[in-house]
Design a protein around this ligand. Structure first.
Ligand code: HEM
Length: 465
């Protein structure tokens, strides 16, 4: 870039920022929606739709045609055998054509760690999923240093150890409320009544969001992260934009309401909005609407599916491994280690995407500047080079904490301690109440190439005798 380009670029950014600051964020989302609709109307863009077909066994597919981005891989139980083949035969694998364009797949633990720890070469910008999300929101998970570091620092206090300590009692109370309302000796949907309920309550607490409207947080999060274009999901673009608009309006109102209550003398809480309003770096974030929206959306999406699917995955893993459940009952002090093993076994987010900033030789391959590089955490967590007997679920696995479900380096999950705390409390409270937790029938899986999750899982509880 020449100095003139740089000056022009900076001037343009300043003008865009000023214009954006004057337009309410929900209107900006609506404007982006109108642009998308116009493009569709003019035939410039066609929404993606995926139809499920049986996926062949990996041995029957030529290596060069293996496509890990198929959003039905998890549902059909095919991801793990495909990962295993790539780890052995092509650990840095190139697919020349997919619905999401060409991409590299990194499937071994050590290689994933190397890519994730090198943001100078592998950029998280402009988004971290394989497809292009219809609405690009500025989130620090998809920013490189130094901008990333400033934004993360501004909000990370909400999950700092002191804040978590404050929250622990409240989270326990809410978990107890949910568990005490469950039926015994008859099947019910664990996803809806426990995993979504507890995660929704936790998010409402974190954001000081109206408690009775907490299901909206779940709906917005699922809708925004579930588009076909972004993750191979089932959400239509129009529904996603409508959810984005409603979310934006609600959070702007929440910000102003909180500011008014604080001005009227209400003591400061430990929620995210208060934290933003009292921190020098973020007290004016409302004037940068897209950034404001991005930071809140990141917290909601980051803390939603992930913890929820770990709550469901843990029950499934223990139900499939009754010997481990007996071991747990005999020694509940293993719970913290078991929580790590659940998060390794489940790997709630299958991957993060990076883009090569320069040509680079990696793992015997030549990755070109601009290429998409997918770090398959779900594969790294089952890499036999790192974990002995990796497909087994072992609550006392010695190196369970070395799982890669939270990523590495500058983007390592900001909410990891909070997620672990919630899962620990859930299991402590479950053990205090129930002798058996049986999964009844097959769980139903989410259609996605990003979220490794469950849409329904019927469970039957037996109370402690
Ligand atoms: C980042 C997974 C829970 C907030 C991430 C990343 C992963 C991840 C894979 C990206 C790491 C990388 O790029 O190297 C998980 C899993 C969770 C979980 C598996 C639960 C089991 C949470 C919770 C919150 C949260 C409860 C919020 C309260 C975030 C944020 C980031 C992030 C804000 C961005 C960090 C950055 O870019 O600096 N998470 N997450 N996560 N997560 Fe989580």
């Amino acid at each position: 870039m020449t100095p003139i380009d740089t000056v022009l670029d900076q001037a343009l950014t300043r003008v865009t920022d000023k214009v954006q600051a004057t337009i309410p964020v929900d209107r900006q989302v609506r404007a982006a929606h109108l642009v998308k609709k116009a493009k569709r109307f003019a035939g410039l863009e066609t929404p993606l739709v995926f139809t499920e077909e049986p996926i062949p066994d990996p041995a029957d597919v030529p290596l060069t045609e293996i496509d890990l981005s198929n959003p039905f891989m998890n549902r059909q139980g095919k991801w793990y055998p495909y990962f295993a083949r790539l780890r052995d035969e092509a650990p840095v694998h190139y697919l020349a054509d997919s619905p999401f364009g060409p991409f590299w797949s990194i499937t071994r633990y050590a290689d994933i760690q190397a890519v994730d720890s090198n943001p100078k070469v592998f950029s998280a910008e402009p988004y971290i999923v394989l497809g292009q999300p219809p609405l690009e929101i500025e989130m620090f998970i998809a920013m490189d240093p130094p901008k990333h570091d400033v934004q993360r620092k501004a909000v990370q206090g909400v999950v700092a150890p002191r804040n978590l300590k404050e929250m622990e009692g409240l989270i326990r109370e809410r978990v107890q409320e949910v568990l005490d309302s469950l039926p015994t000796d008859e099947p019910f949907d664990w996803v809806d009544r426990v995993s979504i309920e507890i995660t929704g309550r936790m998010l409402a607490t974190l954001l000081d969001f109206p408690y009775e409207q907490r299901r909206k947080l779940t709906y917005w999060s699922d809708t925004i992260s579930g588009t076909a274009e972004g993750t191979g999901g089932t959400t239509h673009q129009d529904e996603m934009f409508a959810a984005g608009e409603e979310l934006a309006r609600s959070f702007v109102a929440l910000w102003h309401d909180k500011a008014a209550r604080r001005a009227a003398g209400e003591p400061d809480g430990f929620d995210l909005i208060t934290l933003m309003q009292t921190s020098e770096d973020t007290k004016d974030l409302i004037k940068k609407p897209m950034e404001f929206l991005g930071n809140l959306t990141l917290l909601i999406v980051g803390g939603n599916d992930t913890t929820r699917n770990s709550m469901t995955g843990g029950v499934l893993a223990l139900s499939q491994n009754p010997d481990q459940f007996e071991k747990l009952k005999a020694d509940p002090s293993v719970i913290p280690n078991m929580v790590s093993e659940i998060i390794r076994w489940q790997t709630p987010l299958a991957y993060m995407r990076r883009v090569a900033k320069e040509d680079v030789h990696f793992g015997g391959q030549f990755i070109r500047k601009g290429d998409q590089v997918i770090m398959w955490y779900a594969s790294g967590n089952r890499d036999e080079r790192k974990f002995e007997n990796p497909d087994a679920f072992l609550i006392d696995r010695p190196n369970a904490r070395n799982h890669m479900s939270f990523g590495f380096g500058v983007h390592r999950c900001m909410g990891n301690r909070l997620a672990e705390m919630q899962l620990r409390i859930l299991w402590e409270e479950l053990l205090a109440r129930f002798d058996r937790i049986d999964v009844v029938g097959e769980p139903e899986y989410v259609q996605s190439n990003f979220v490794k999750g469950y849409s329904k899982m019927m469970v039957q509880l037996t109370a402690r005798s």
